[in-house]
Every structure is written in C-alpha cells, then in structure tokens.
Design a protein around this ligand. Structure first.
Ligand SMILES: Cc1cc2nc3c(=O)[nH]c(=O)nc-3n(C[C@H](O)[C@H](O)[C@H](O)COP(=O)(O)OP(=O)(O)OC[C@H]3O[C@@H](n4cnc5c(N)ncnc54)[C@H](O)[C@@H]3O)c2cc1C
Ligand SMILES: NC(=O)c1ccc[n+]([C@@H]2O[C@H](COP(=O)([O-])OP(=O)(O)OC[C@H]3O[C@@H](n4cnc5c(N)ncnc54)[C@H](O)[C@@H]3O)[C@@H](O)[C@H]2O)c1
Length: 471
C-alpha cells in the first residue's frame, strides 16, 4: 500500500482527535493512524477512571466523618473493593465508548498500526508507506517503570494496570507522589488499604510553594504514611515486595509505580527530521503553532513534554490541526497555566508558580482554611491558599493552594489572571456568606493592605488605583 494524503495524524488520543476535528473541516484526504489500544489515555487509564476511583474513596471516607456530625452507625460500613473497581470499569467503558464514536465512519482513513517518520513527508506504518504534505504527531506518553523493577511483574502496578484489577491487596506501596501518586495513594488509603507513599523529592503533587507543600503534607500524613526525600530500593521477599529507604523497610503486597511518564517518541523517527533533539529525544516546537522548526511536522499533546494535561493536549491538537491545513502560520495564544490534583485537600496552581523569577519580590496574601467559617461547617477545615500579586499595583500573578474546593477557586483566579485584573478588581465582586470563596477574600485583603492606601471604608473606591474597590 502506498498512500498520499494532505494530512496524516499519528495518535487517536485527546490531542490527535482534537486535530482531526480541524483537519476534517478542511480536507477529506487525511489518515488517522493509531497503535492500539483505542479510546484515549484520559478515558481508558487516566483522568476518568482515576477520578471515578477517587469519588468512591471519598464517598466512603465521608462516612468516617459522620460521627463528628452526630450521625451514628457508620462504623458498620465497609468498602467492597471488587464492586468499586467494577464501577470504575463500567463508567470507563462508557467514557471510552463515547470517544470511539468520534472516529466512526472513517473507513480506510483510520489505520491501525505503529507509525514511524521517515523524513518530514513520509510515515512507515507496519511496512506500508504513507506520504503526507503535513504530519501531526500526537503519540502521548507512558508510565515510567525503572528497569530493575520490571522483574516484579505481577506485584508491580502502574495506572495502565491498576484499574484492571478485580481486587486489591491489604498493603500497597506508592512510589512517586506527583499528581498520580498523591491522588491514588489517598484514594487507596480511603478505601481501607494500608498505603505507604514515597517520593525522592521533598514536595508532593508538583507544589512549588514551600508553605503549600507543608500544608499538603500535614493534611495527607494524617491519612497514610508519607516518606519524602526517600531513595527507595525494591526487593521481592516472601509474601510481597520489600521497600527499603535509608535504614528503614516495609513489606507491601503490591507497589504502584508513579514516578512520572515518558513521551512516546523513542521509536517515532524524530531523528529523521534533521533537527536538534534534547536529551529526552525531543525537538523544539513553537507552542503557538505546535510546529517543529520549519518542517512539515507538528507535535502535540503529552508527547511534546510541555504540559501533560488534558485541556492543554486538546488545545495543542486544535492548534496543530489548524496549522496543518493553513498556508500561513496561525499563532494562537496559550491559556493561563492551571493544574489541579484531585486529592483532599485539592492541590491547585494558577498562573505563575512560586519558583518563577517574577515572584521573587511580589506581594503574597494567604488564608489558612483550618479556621475558615464554611470550611469548619462542612468539616473540610484544612489547607492553605497563597495568592501572588505585583508589588506596585496589585496585579494578580498567580496562586497556589492545597485547599477545599481548590478546583473552583483555581478557575476563578484563572479568569482574574487571564483578564489581567488587580487584587482590587477581584475584591469588587460580591462574596456570599458563608462560602469558601470568603477565604480567598481574606488572602486578597492581606495583599490589599500592602498596596497604596485607598480608603478606610469597606465600600470605598480606590482612587490611587483608579478602580472602584469594595474591599
Ligand atoms: C492516571 C492519570 C490521571 C490523569 N488525570 C488527569 C486529570 O485529572 N486532568 C488532566 O488534565 N490530565 C490528567 N491526566 C493527563 C491526561 O490524561 C493526558 O495529558 C492526556 O490524556 C494526553 O493525551 P494525548 O492525546 O497526548 O495522548 P494519548 O491519549 O495517550 O494518545 C496517544 C495515542 O497515540 C497512540 N500512539 C503512540 N505511539 C504511536 C505510534 N508510533 N503510531 C501510532 N499511534 C501511536 C497511542 O496508542 C494512543 O492511542 C492524567 C493522566 C493519567 C495517566
Ligand atoms: N489531576 C491531574 O491533572 C493529573 C493527575 C494525574 C496525572 N496528571 C498528569 O500526568 C503526569 C504524570 O504524573 P505523575 O504523577 O506520574 O508524574 P510527575 O512527574 O508529576 O510526578 C512523579 C513524582 O515521582 C517522583 N519520583 C521520580 N522518580 C522517583 C523515584 N525513583 N523514587 C521516588 N520518587 C520518584 C518525582 O519526584 C515526582 O514527585 C503529570 O505531570 C500530570 O501532567 C495530571
């Protein structure tokens, strides 16, 4: 078979399918090549099954708080883990089915197989050649499993295998406490499994603000054992896997490896493009067009090593699809950075992160949710929110939090940062009582106190900043 098309898309994941939508609007002469499985990482083994597991764990955990509310009898309840996992797979099946619908009817334009570049206009798919004017690569990423650990086969889990389990053992070690490790370690612990979490670094879930990292550590360590700065070694022993770190050791039944994901670019032929590749084998791309240099190849989604998040991958597929079908470059501005880890408290980061040079001399306002009214009422009174703003005019730069309902606070703050608003602009919105958003107002007011004096009145305008501000 020798095929000549306008556009070839490699990867039927979130990024590839987003690209497909734009490409289809411009041409019928395309192919979508995917190495099975189909259904996207997000729906199959990523965002959706993980959040389904977390929802079950949180529902069960909530029953442990009932006594505090004066509701008795919850101690009799137990988590039926096989049933929990069955529900995860059932919902996962629905999410995958709806993804698969988007490629129905492609016929011969949908090709199953491993694609490899052979220069900027050719792909080899299982021995067949496909020539394309433009090529969009969106091959995603895969869990990293250090080589020496692969020998533990059945005792080793990754998120590719976790949701396929029909039951889970009594003791699980989680190595790596990034977003995946933290989410899964807490969920497993909340389902009644003895969890031991480890990370080589000192901060979890990608936090960059030391105070937020500390607040998160303090909340999570009440639920499961956490070992940070731990250089772990694994060994198979009678009845399980021994995890060794320093002078300490613990035996668990299985280990979930969550030490990061590697871009699927090892065998995709990027070296045939003749552009420089970094130590991960990745080329430089323009994040506004997704194009690799001046070649006819675009690289989108997890595979480009930039932002391994669903909404970013989807945007990147869209940008790549537009550019692959346009004679002139279409440069799109990227969104305000935002990430959320679905632990309790949730971890979120918006805008510039604490390690950004611009935040070296900024104003910081914070709120501790342990004493916050609404958080106490709903028994979710833990965590910290920190907001960063410019010293001169209080323009919002970013925020990091380990806080209740951080997913909602993060979206509100992202809108404010995107709109280039100041602390006073945000203080002008109504804050209903009693809400968690009032906690955010506390942090904003702390910054406002450092800004040029406005008025002593709570409903005053701020002439110095030329903005009406209800503090
Ligand atoms: C456990 C987990 C939880 C997550 N939770 C969240 C979350 O809550 N929120 C969030 O924003 N993000 C989350 N993510 C990240 C999110 O899932 C990814 O960023 C997103 O799915 C990446 O999409 P993609 O299109 O780049 O890759 P994928 O969806 O993996 O698609 C890549 C496709 O390319 C195919 N392929 C690979 N190589 C080739 C080749 N050579 N030839 C042909 N086809 C090939 C693959 O088989 C695959 O079908 C999570 C990830 C994981 C693992
Ligand atoms: N809620 C979400 O948005 C969400 C959830 C899950 C995953 N994701 C995406 O998936 C990506 C991958 O997630 P991840 O958590 O696997 O990767 P990660 O890179 O975010 O975290 C990996 C963690 O493992 C640690 N680590 C690495 N090697 C280690 C070792 N040998 N021993 C102990 N610790 C070690 C690192 O210090 C790090 O904290 C994330 O970057 C994120 O983009 C997002």
């Amino acid at each position: 078979m020798n095929t000549k098309v306008d556009v070839a898309i490699v990867g039927a994941g979130t990024a590839g399918l987003a690209a497909l939508r734009d490409v289809r609007r411009q041409t019928d002469n395309f192919v979508l090549i995917n190495k099975p499985p189909y259904g996207t990482t997000c729906a199959r083994v990523g965002c959706m099954p993980s959040k389904t597991l977390i929802a079950a764990a949180n529902a069960f955990h909530a029953t442990t708080l009932l006594d505090t509310f004066g509701v008795r009898g919850a101690a009799q309840l137990e988590a039926d883990i096989p049933a929990v996992l069955e529900r995860v797979r059932a919902l996962r099946g629905d999410f995958v089915a709806s993804v698969l619908k988007s490629t129905e009817g492609l016929g011969q334009r949908s090709i199953e197989g491993h694609a490899r570049l052979d220069g900027e206009h050719r792909l080899i798919v299982d021995g067949n050649v496909i020539e394309a004017d433009q090529i969009i690569l969106a091959p995603g990423s895969s869990p990293v499993v250090p080589k020496p650990w692969r020998a533990f086969s059945d005792r080793l889990l990754t998120t590719d295998t976790l949701f396929e389990q029909t039951n889970l053992p009594a003791r699980i070690g989680v190595i790596g406490l990034g977003a995946i490790g933290v989410e899964m370690a807490q969920a497993l612990s909340r389902l009644g499994i003895e969890v031991h979490g480890f990370d080589g670094a000192e901060q979890m879930a990608g936090t960059t603000d030391a105070k937020i990292a500390k607040a998160l550590h303090s909340a999570l360590s009440r639920e499961f054992a956490i070992h940070l700065g731990a250089d772990v070694d694994l060994a198979e022993v009678e009845g399980g896997i021994e995890i060794k770190w320093g002078q300490d050791r613990v035996v668990v039944d299985k280990v979930l490896v969550a030490v990061g994901r590697r871009q699927n670019v090892q065998d995709i032929g990027l070296e045939t493009l003749g552009v420089p590749l970094d130590d991960k084998g990745l080329p430089e791309i323009d994040p506004q067009t997704m194009r690799i240099g001046t070649t006819s190849v675009l690289l989108a989604g997890d595979a480009n090593g930039q932002n391994a998040l669903l909404h970013e991958g989807s945007d990147e597929g869209h940008i790549a699809g537009l550019n692959a079908t346009s004679d002139t470059p279409i440069k799109l501005d990227r969104r305000t950075p935002m990430s959320i880890t679905f632990s309790s408290p949730q971890v979120a980061s918006v805008g510039k992160r604490a390690d950004h040079p611009e935040l070296e001399d900024c104003l910081v306002g914070e709120v501790d949710f342990s004493a916050q009214g609404r958080a106490r009422v709903i028994q979710k009174n833990e965590g910290l929110l920190r907001i960063y703003a410019t010293r001169g005019d209080g323009r919002l730069l970013g925020a990091e939090m380990a806080a209740p309902a951080a997913e909602h606070l993060a979206h509100l703050l992202a809108l404010a940062i995107d709109q280039n608003l100041t602390v006073y602009d945000l203080l002008r919105i109504p804050f209903y009582h009693p809400t968690l958003e009032e906690g955010m107002r506390t942090a904003l007011r702390e910054i406002a106190r450092e800004l040029p004096k406005c008025s002593v009145s709570d409903l005053a305008g701020c002439a110095a900043l030329e903005t009406a501000a209800l503090e």
